[in-house]
Each structure stands twice: as structure tokens, then as C-alpha cells.
Design a protein around this ligand. Structure first.
Ligand SMILES: NC(=O)c1ccc[n+]([C@@H]2O[C@H](COP(=O)([O-])OP(=O)(O)OC[C@H]3O[C@@H](n4cnc5c(N)ncnc54)[C@H](OP(=O)(O)O)[C@@H]3O)[C@@H](O)[C@H]2O)c1
Length: 342
């Protein structure tokens, strides 16, 4: 019988345990996927530590890639070739199963794998074809599994929501999955990148990945002013902010008049004192960004193929080592993505 990893109850990293699961057969509009790779996101960490409550016994992990092993009955979406999968084809899950295309809406934010429905910490999964896309050409399935959450939010924070152009100065924060993708996308799109981190060793690695200027945000708490100074006083054009709360004030300080900030993370907390006066005076655009739609994922895949971006993989764990993978993430020493080979 195939293996899956189940979370508690209660939710805690130590409560992630393997169990034998009958994956079932695909119904109309579904396929059975032999999962091969997944990756860890901060969102998954919140789930497995109980800070994002889920139904007891949830199978975690929102990201997943694998191969189709059985195709269910046709349902009528088959006219869309991006939803027609053959046995043996490589597929990649989408973060929001209900957000296929268009603008965000509250109902489209439902059915997140690993949170509202069972996720991809398993060897087999029955998945609706509308919640799958192809994988980028030449990517391993573990590499592809780094994309649906961290890759897509970084892509949207720069692309459709950031509108960055070659020559723009982009600031990225930290060295987790989202920020390393943001650095890679921004460089590939012709931007100049300022990157900040809390570790000297990681700053060196950011430089090696193409960052044009780096700042240690613990040694330089007023890193916003330091970034502005580096641009000759003008400020950066666009920021991918993963800190939120009080951290956001430094982003406001760093940003040029008329610039933009994509708020994608809340590592520094969910509430804080934000300098609203400066947001107005500097005519900043502040845009919350949450992952993206299936159509956005297909656009990102095309862009990745043309830009030649490859994910930075920090480390790799086997499915049954999932608690160790989360402990590694919790320690915060990773650089880029932590993947799970299934
Ligand atoms: N909106 C969305 O759709 C979306 C999607 C994915 C993730 N997120 C959010 O984005 C954030 C990052 O996610 P991730 O998966 O990339 O996380 P991650 O891989 O765990 O990386 C977090 C990194 O951020 C840095 N960091 C830690 N504390 C920080 C703080 N207080 N302020 C700024 N940076 C800090 C650290 O880098 P250094 O060690 O280099 O300092 C750390 O390694 C999380 O808040 C997550 O929930 C949002």
C-alpha cells in the first residue's frame, strides 16, 4: 500500500507520521498522479506547527509534482489542451485549486492543498485536471515542485503586480524560497538587485547569484536608508517585502517616490505601526500579492523556459524524513528551497 504522511492531531512537527493510504481511482475530470517531488513553504510550516489550523489528520504540503498514472473519464474541459494529460506525462499542482484565471476573489482562495484539502506529502494523489499544469521543459520533478507557491508569488510580485522593466532597481529580503526566486527573476528580467540578509555567509551567496549590492539587515537596522543611499538618494523602484509589520517602514524608506512595494510575507508579524504619511507623500503603490492563478502558473512556466531560471535547492529530504525537513526549515539556515523527494 502507498505511504502518505499525516499530521496529528494535534498539529506539531513530531506528529507527522507515515500511514498506508489507498489513493482511490480518478473520477471524471481527475487523474491519478504518482507524486515524485514536493517542497516546503512557510505556509506549510504554519500548518504543521498548528498556527494555521486544519482538519485533524491532514496530509500537508501545498506543492507537488509527479507523473500521471491513470486518467479518469472525460468531463468536457478537454477542448483546453493545457488540461489534457496522458499517462506518463509530468504534471505540477497549482496552489489554489479554485483560482483558474482572472482577478483574485475570495472564493478563488479556497481548496489549498495541505490546508483545506489533503496535500502532496504522499506517494499517490487523485487530483482534478484543473489543479494541474505541465512542468517546465528540462526540469526534474523535484525542481518543478519548488514553483507553485514560492516561485509563483515571486513571479507575480515582479511581473503583473510589479511591472518591472530592465534597468529598474529591485530590493529583495532574506534568502528563503520566495526571495531567492525574486532575485533570480529580477536579474533575468534585466533589473539591478539589492538583497538583504541576516547572515554574512548568505550575503556572499546572494552576491554569487547576481545581487549587485547586499546589506546585512541585523547589523544595519536602518537598511532602508542604506539602500536609498546606495541608489544615490533616489530610492529603489520596487520591493518584494516578505517582512510586513514594522519591517515595512524600512521598505518605505528604501523606495523611491512613485515606486512600488509588493507585500507578500509577514515574517515580522501581522500588525505594526506603518508610516502611512510617507506612503502618501512618496506616492507609493502598496500591493498585497498572494500566489496566483493556474493561468499565472502557465505564464510563469513559459517565462522560466525563456529566461533560463533554475531553482536554487538548499537540501533534499525523503518523504518519511518530513519532520527533519521541517526542523531544518525552522532552524532558518536554508538558502532557497528545501525539497522532498517522493
Ligand atoms: N503571499 C504569498 O503568496 C506567499 C507565498 C509564499 C510565501 N509567502 C510568505 O513569504 C515569506 C517568506 O516565505 P518563504 O517560504 O520564502 O520562507 P522561508 O523559505 O522560510 O525563508 C524565510 C527567510 O526570510 C528571512 N527572514 C526571517 N525573518 C525575517 C524577518 N523578520 N523579516 C524579513 N526577513 C526575514 C530569513 O532570511 P535570512 O536568513 O537571509 O535573513 C529566512 O531564511 C513568509 O512570510 C511566507 O508566509 C507568501
Amino acid at each position: 500500500m502507498p505511504i502518505a504522511m499525516r499530521l496529528g492531531p494535534p498539529a506539531a512537527i513530531d506528529q507527522l507520521v507515515p500511514f498506508e493510504e489507498d489513493p482511490g481511482r480518478p473520477g471524471a475530470g481527475e487523474v491519478l498522479v504518482r507524486m515524485r517531488g514536493s517542497s516546503l513553504n512557510f505556509h506549510d510550516y504554519l500548518v504543521v506547527t498548528g498556527r494555521m489550523p486544519t482538519a485533524g489528520g491532514r496530509i500537508p504540503l501545498s506543492d507537488g509534482a509527479g507523473e500521471v498514472v491513470e486518467v479518469g473519464a472525460l468531463r468536457g474541459d478537454e477542448a483546453d489542451p493545457s488540461m489534457t494529460f496522458r499517462v506518463g506525462e509530468a504534471v505540477l499542482g497549482t496552489f489554489f485549486r479554485h483560482w483558474r484565471e482572472g482577478d483574485p476573489a475570495q472564493w478563488k482562495h479556497g481548496a489549498v492543498a495541505g490546508e483545506h484539502v489533503d496535500g502532496y506529502a504522499r506517494q499517490f494523489a487523485v487530483v482534478p485536471v484543473a489543479a494541474l499544469t505541465r512542468v517546465p521543459h528540462g526540469f526534474s520533478l523535484a525542481e518543478a515542485a519548488t514553483l507553485p507557491c514560492a516561485g509563483l508569488v515571486a513571479w507575480r510580485a515582479l511581473g503583473c503586480c510589479g511591472g518591472i522593466r530592465p534597468g529598474d532597481v529591485v530590493l529583495v529580503q532574506g534568502t528563503g524560497g520566495v526571495s531567492v526566486f525574486a532575485l533570480q527573476f529580477a536579474k533575468a528580467m534585466g533589473a539591478t538587485v539589492v538583497a538583504i540578509s541576516s547572515s554574512e555567509g548568505k550575503l556572499k551567496r546572494l552576491r554569487a547569484l547576481g545581487a549587485d549590492h547586499v546589506i546585512h539587515y541585523k547589523a544595519e537596522p536602518n537598511w532602508g536608508r542604506a539602500a536609498r543611499r546606495w541608489t544615490g538618494g533616489r530610492g529603489v523602484d520596487h520591493i518584494v517585502d516578505v517582512g510586513g509589520a514594522d519591517f515595512l517602514n524600512q521598505s518605505i524608506e528604501a523606495c523611491r517616490t512613485g515606486g512600488s512595494i509588493a507585500l507578500v510575507g509577514l515574517l515580522a508579524g501581522t500588525a505594526g505601526r506603518v508610516d502611512t504619511g510617507r506612503i502618501m507623500a512618496q506616492q507609493l503603490r502598496l500591493q498585497g500579492v498572494v500566489v496566483g492563478s493556474r493561468t499565472d502558473q502557465l505564464e510563469m512556466i513559459r517565462a522560466i523556459e525563456s529566461l533560463g531560471v533554475r531553482p536554487v535547492i538548499d537540501s533534499s529530504f525523503q518523504l518519511q524524513q518530513l519532520p527533519a525537513a521541517f526542523r531544518h526549515q525552522e532552524a532558518g539556515r536554508h538558502f532557497g528551497k528545501i525539497v522532498v523527494e517522493i
